[in-house]
Design a protein around this ligand. Sequence first.
Ligand code: UDP
Ligand code: MG
Length: 313
Amino acid sequence: MNSVKAYVVIPCYNEEEVLSETSSRMKTLFDDMKKNGLITDDSKVIMVDDGSRDKTWSIISELCDKDKLFGGIKLAKNAGHQNALLAGLMTVKDECDCAISIDADLQDDINVIPDMIRKYQAGCEVVYGVRNKRETDTFFKRTTAVGFYKLMQGMGVDIVFNHADYRLMGSRALSELEKFEEVNLFLRGIVPLIGYKTDCVYYDRSERFAGESKYPLKKMLSFAFDGITSFSVKPIKLVWTLGILITVISAIIGVYDICENIWKFSSLVNSAVISVWFLGGVQLISVGVIGEYIGKIYREVKRRPRFIIETRR
Ligand code: UDP
Ligand code: MG
């Protein structure tokens, strides 16, 4: 088999605590893979600084000075995980045979990277890293994550179960990815749309060895909501169904109410007030859901750049 020119792309946001460990683990892995002839000598590890406020960029610069294995891209400001990752992938897509994306905290097992590359050699354009189990995640993270995948699939979004953004993409798949110009970027939903021969590698997810998660609950919820509204119009259909349902039910109750009143003269003020509040709430939610889609359209039509690169090393 021919050696592959493989790049690893790592988005980094305030990751000063993990970078030295991450880079040394990557160094060891790359040395091994070069020795085995799996990858070429000019394969690289590219770190994308997503507008960090700590020493992340100076650490990356230092690594680039010391070792030609490392490369760096500095974004002009914080663009978010998905955009930072895209910035890295789009920058390297014409330089390498394939690019592997992974988080800076190495919670995803880097030892399956050789397997990913072998599958690429065997003709796969996309290789998904899939988590076997989530024993090391907290109970909370585990249940919310499972809920997230279930919800997405229920809403008709085609995503790979238990796969985050740890994946290999060949340069052909990367060129196709470039054609997806959406501003509301949700790579996990887009990549399966590309097609080509794909495969999975399985691994156990470990704990973050230093630093804190940049995905608190609030960000995670908005990520899930974004993912759904970027790929599915089911919520709007649900609003419609809900409208029909409530209309039918209230019509039935209304008729019953009138009949009862004719015979009993009882007061129904309470239930009348509650039903007004209830319907008001349902309407507000519905308008909110539709508003979310309009907001997305608004952002899409502007075609603002998804990331801005300040320097490349
Ligand atoms: N990240 C980023 N920009 C952001 C937030 C996060 O580039 O605005 C990066 C972060 O440095 C890490 C990856 O995205 O490499 C995933 O973040 P994290 O590990 O905090 O998420 P979790 O694993 O907890 O879901
Ligand atoms: Mg993490």
